[in-house]
Design a protein around this ligand. Structure first.
Ligand code: AMP
Length: 397
């Protein structure tokens, strides 16, 4: 029993090396030692000193005022370095993780361009998940507030007829997931001959999720004379191929320092079996410092069962996974964002790109399949320079 279990970097000795003997559906390929990393203390973090301010970028006064209103005081590294060349019309490869401010890095120059020339359906933004597409759309609406610039969100799992109506109304920008965008092209609802700005956000995730073919089909519909942004956390061979084919003399801006955030304290929790995992999880989540927690599970059913189990144990939890409808996912995410529940149980795919402030802990109830998923998972905490903790359960299923 782990009644007084308190995870910390100092009690690592109790987490002995462990051989996996479980017969679960899939084995993680990641050695547990990669889940252990003492957080670098805040004092050692050198804050990025931007060379620009939002005023010196030369953005239109309306956008500049909106940014002030949103308390965007200093550009982040990716914004500082990519907004000036983007405003000159250059193609940009941005190597950046979520939480770095990459969305504003491509949206602000896009809004400038639309202000100068508000052509309908001239901006196409592709993102791997509905949630990320939705967040981009929401950011666009915030930045372009009061500017008579309109967007349409074209994502799978939501009512297609409503989306068709939205596209027919003539938005300036279209934000979508590749599958649904391709669907609307095939139905001849979406016409892309006016596109002069094409954005691929989290291109590596889109390729991981099998969207490469759809992306290529969509790109073939676009005018060649356009500006292209490609954001990715990693530069894999298929991203390199896409970049070479889709982009024109791109400028690369990298703000990926190392693979995991230095200020996220990472540790493992040794577990015996399923019941023990649930027991430890319940104990952890009952501790007051576990204020806002994302718990990752492997399967859709497992995630739902775990959330139900926690909720039945007086630990109200929301769940997001692929078996939920778009509106159910939105409701779950909203209840977590607004602190109606302090626990969100999620699968990797459902959680990709979600942006929630103040997540104190990420718990990997099931280990990630590949290290890259681990990096994405733990990147949900420790955002905006805040400290965060990531715990990974290792042991039998
Ligand atoms: P992103 O990496 O684009 O998902 O952004 C992460 C979060 O940081 C979002 O909630 C943004 O609204 C916010 N953000 C982005 N850039 C800035 C900035 N320069 N100042 C303050 N907040 C920002």
């Amino acid at each position: 029993m782990h009644r007084n279990f308190k995870p910390s970097g100092n009690n690592r000795s109790r987490f002995a090396p462990h051989k996996r003997r479980g017969s679960g559906p899939k084995q993680s390929t990641v050695h547990y030692s990669r889940y252990i990393n003492k957080a670098v203390t805040k004092e050692e973090d050198v804050p990025y000193e931007p060379t620009h301010t939002f005023d010196t970028f030369g953005l239109n006064p309306r956008t500049a005022a909106t940014l002030r209103h949103l308390s965007f005081t200093k550009p982040s590294a990716i914004q500082d370095q990519s907004i000036p060349p983007a405003l000159l019309g250059k193609d940009i490869i941005g190597l950046a993780n979520t939480g770095t401010g990459k969305t504003a890095a491509f949206l602000l120059p896009t809004i400038e361009k639309l202000n100068a020339n508000p052509v309908l359906s001239s901006v196409l933004i592709l993102a791997p998940t509905r949630e990320l597409a939705q967040q981009i759309d929401a950011e666009f609406r915030r930045f372009a507030a009061g500017q008579k610039l309109f967007s349409a969100l074209i994502v799978g799992g939501a009512n297609i007829n409503r989306q068709i109506q939205q596209v027919k109304r003539g938005p300036h920008i279209i934000v979508g997931t590749p599958g649904r965008v391709k669907d609307l092209i095939d139905r001849r609802v979406l016409r892309l001959q006016a596109v002069n700005t094409f954005v691929l956000d989290e291109a590596d995730r889109m390729c991981d999720m099998g969207f490469e073919k759809d992306i290529r089909t969509i790109e073939a519909e676009l005018p060649k004379d356009r500006q292209t942004f490609c954001f990715s956390a990693t530069m894999t061979p298929n991203i390199k191929a896409i970049v070479e084919q889709f982009m024109n003399a791109p400028e690369t801006i990298s703000v990926v320092k190392n693979q995991t955030n230095d200020h996220i304290e990472q540790d493992v929790v040794h577990t015996r079996d399923k019941a023990h995992k649930i027991e430890i999880l319940t104990e952890l989540l009952s501790q007051p410092e576990f204020e806002k927690v994302i718990v990752f599970g492997e399967t859709k059913h497992g995630v739902q069962r775990l959330a139900d189990n926690l909720s039945n144990n007086n630990l109200p939890a929301a769940a997001i996974h692929g078996n939920k409808s778009q509106s159910q996912r939105e409701r779950a995410l909203h209840s977590f964002k607004t602190n109606q529940v302090s626990i969100l149980v999620a699968t990797d795919v459902a959680a990709r790109g979600i942006d929630v402030d103040g997540v104190s802990h990420v718990i990997n109830f099931d280990p990630p399949q590949v290290y890259e998923d681990y990096v994405h998972r733990i990147g949900r905490t420790g955002r905006a320079g805040k400290p965060g903790k990531a715990l990974t359960f290792v042991g039998q299923k």
